[in-house]
Design a protein. Sequence first.
Length: 207
Amino acid sequence: MKFQLTTKDVRIALDEVAKSDTDIREALKVVGYPVERRSGAPSYEHLLRIINGQQLSVKSAAAIFGRVEAAMGTVVPENFLNKSDEELRACGLSRQKIEYGRILSQAVLDGFKPKDLIKKSDEEVLEVITALKGFGRWSAEMFLMFSLGRPDVWPAGDLAVQEAVKRLKGLKVRPGPKKMDVIAEPWRPHRSAVAVFLWHFYSNAPF
């Protein structure tokens, strides 16, 4: 399957959604279209970056991974496993993330090939990735969107997306995952593009 969240793809999808959603249409006038977000081909490095970025801002995650990358030299599982906990902690990784990184690294050495996920359905990818310790549904969704470029992934548990929906729809409280699923239903099959837009809206709308 080809990557379906290019800048052009996202723009076409949002224009389609905006035909029936006036809130999206008006928000596009305020903040414009988001830029493409892509993490490269499905790889060990991307999955390691996802572990690193859990519960961190984009800026903090980038700074920490930069130190991890420098310490590893080449981002391959052997180099991660060869680093001591103390060396990885000095880069900024928590003990838990070090554990998750070691489990991922060993899985790759044992035969897990992230590129093979290209051929699998969204649900199959979710099942494979969440079977790895340290990868919950959110992490798998990020992989589906930004590595595989799947067009209809909906990160209903993402707090920034929830807050953006709250603002976009004028809700009194931030919606939970179940409510998010209901709200997003009319956006199928373009929910990935809407999610990318909502992160953009969250960061740039004048609130």
